[in-house]
Design a protein around this ligand. Structure first.
Ligand code: FAD
Length: 390
């Protein structure tokens, strides 16, 4: 994996930021479930909210591989930081690729600076894996649409100033996905109640703290007709747009998993060279060496798979198989690595004084986010059966 000089420079900047400002404080913010305002400000200053937005719209115009490498570095510090950026990145990518020129000009420059941040919402209380079962309706109403329904698990749901929202526009469509539209919903950031939209207090979670996950309750929320992503041509195309973005999300979750697993590995291999039992460092016991070897090898493989998927998606080729495989392998590796890191830490891994405790609570999100790993395996198998059909 050869990195360009530009990629190496960017990674160094992020790694320094993570070592200096994130790793020493992340667990404190996590335990307090506090939004990391100052870290997010640094992300803005570094231009990370516009990392892949083309330069003509004020972004850095970097490629998807660089994005994945940056997400890995951020997640080595704290996956919640990657969470603040990711729904925003997916929404910006959708506007760039499926929006009208007017929408690109209206949103991308403000998104690139991080002045306007976006959530991305398709999940509902009764429908996660089965996206076609969503019920939130957008009904034609005068010069626009009236939105009614309830969304669940919207990351950045409160602090975002806009939401990329999937809603049903033709309830009679068969198959159902042909009757869904993506809307760019502008909202007040930091406000729990505004006309037609309530953002209840954030959901309490096992990990992935600091960044809020919320419900969104729409009751007669009005959007103008130009909120339809892609304009008139975008009507009833939303499912397709969201699924294309989910593929990117899978690359992102894979990269997060590599970062988190690296953090667990680094903590474990450091601790193994400090702790002594039976007259020698535990790194000298073969049982511990086997764990370190497995962790290091799988993390390396996961990273290569994530980069491969990012490159393929960036080339414009179909990348669902590669993205699915990378997400599956990297996230299972992360889950395995946090458990192994905790075992290597013995009782101390269970203590809030050590980073492993936080990583242990953060890792499971990666297994279920952007499509659970069960669904991932079904998609992978479907594609393999297509490729190897007899
Ligand atoms: C912290 C957090 C943040 C999130 N952020 C967002 C966000 O920003 N935007 C957003 O839209 N969503 C978000 N989500 C939602 C997330 O994508 C869903 O939770 C996930 O897709 C799973 O859906 P579900 O929870 O409804 O589980 P279900 O779909 O109810 O699945 C339950 C179980 O059944 C299994 N299962 C379901 N169908 C099948 C099948 N056909 N075959 C085999 N097994 C199956 C699943 O794998 C799982 O094990 C977030 C979730 C969390 C926890």
């Amino acid at each position: 994996m050869e990195l360009t000089t530009e990629q190496q420079d960017i990674i160094k900047v992020i790694r320094d930021f993570v070592d200096r400002d994130v790793l020493p404080k992340a667990s404190e913010f996590d335990h307090a479930d506090e939004f990391p305002e100052s870290m997010v400000e640094t992300l803005r200053e570094l231009g990370l909210f516009g990392i892949t937005i083309p330069e003509q719209y004020g972004g850095l115009g970097l490629d998807l591989t660089t994005y994945a490498l940056v997400i890995k570095e951020l997640s080595r510090g704290w996956i919640s930081l990657a969470g603040v950026v990711n729904t925003h990145f997916m929404s910006a990518w959708m506007i760039e690729n499926f929006g009208t020129e007017e929408q690109r000009q209206r949103y991308l420059p403000r998104m690139a600076t991080g002045e306007l941040r976006s959530a991305y919402s398709m999940t509902e209380p009764h429908a996660g894996s089965d996206v076609q079962a969503i019920r939130t309706r957008a009904t034609a109403d005068g010069d626009g649409f009236r939105i009614d329904g309830q969304k669940m698990w919207a990351t950045n749901g409160l602090r975002a100033g806009m939401i990329m929202l999937l809603a049903v526009t033709d309830a009679d469509a068969d198959p159902r996905h042909r009757g869904m539209t993506a809307f760019i919903v502008e909202k007040d950031a930091e406000t729990h109640e505004q006309p037609g939209l309530i953002v209840p207090p954030q959901l309490k979670k096992l990990g992935y703290k600091g960044v809020e996950s919320t419900e969104l309750v729409f009751d007669g929320f009005h959007v103008d007709r130009d909120a339809v992503l892609g304009g008139e041509e975008g009507l009833n195309q939303g499912f397709k747009y969201f699924m294309a973005a989910v593929e990117l999300g899978r690359v992102n979750v894979g990269a997060r998993a590599v970062g988190l697993a690296t953090s667990a590995f680094e903590a474990a291999i450091r601790y193994a060279q400090q702790r002594e039992t039976f007259g020698k460092r535990i790194s000298q016991h073969q049982a511990i060496q086997l764990k370190l070897a497995q962790m290091g090898t799988k993390i390396r493989a996961a990273e290569l798979m994530v980069i491969d998927a990012a490159q393929r998606k960036a080339s414009g080729d179909r990348a669902d198989l590669e993205a699915g495989m990378a997400k599956l392998f990297a996230t299972e590796t992360a889950q395995e690595c946090v458990v192994e890191a905790m075992r290597i830490h013995g009782g101390y891994g269970y203590s809030q004084e050590f980073v492993v405790e936080r990583l242990y609570r953060d890792a499971p999100l990666l297994i279920l986010g952007e499509g659970t790993n069960e669904i991932q395996q079904l998609l992978i198998a479907r594609r393999l059966l297509e490729q190897y059909a007899i």
